[in-house]
Ligand binder design. Sequence first.
Ligand code: INI
Length: 156
Amino acid sequence: MLHIKTIEGHLQAQDLKFTIIASRFNDFIVDRLIGGAVDYLIRHGAERENITLIRIPGAFEMPVVASKVAKSGKADAIICVGAVIRGATPHFDYVCSEATKGIAHVSLETGIPIGFGLLTTDSLEQSIERAGSKAGNKGVDAAAAALETLRVLQQI
Ligand code: INI
């Protein structure tokens, strides 16, 4: 339409290796995000044997695990899913900030796309809304973003 060379990512996931890194904290929410991510990848052609799930304690541990996976060559793309819910102390801010910065750093350092499916919400209700109810499923969105970004990177 613009008549210029345009690079866009297609959404075929066949023969690609994915690792989903998921925290156990708030697992009843996170399990819905994992389900959404797996369902998206399978529906876009990924093979079940090419999807690995790694469970970790909490969001704070995501960067170090993502770093090892990204450097291992065992994943073409990574999807991080978790839920950090604000409590009465500043703990929330530290966990969110370190997880977010760390994941971005790993992606930039390694060139491996990482779908960011970490919910950071003020309430449990807001997390439920984003884990497969009225605000969609952020696990699906993170898987979609990781796949599309990978397909873009492959063309640059
Ligand atoms: N980790 C989460 O993934 N979600 C949370 O809501 C959360 N809160 O609220 O504390 C949380 N904390 C644990 C943290 O990620 C680490 O696992 C822990 O501090 C041990 O290093």
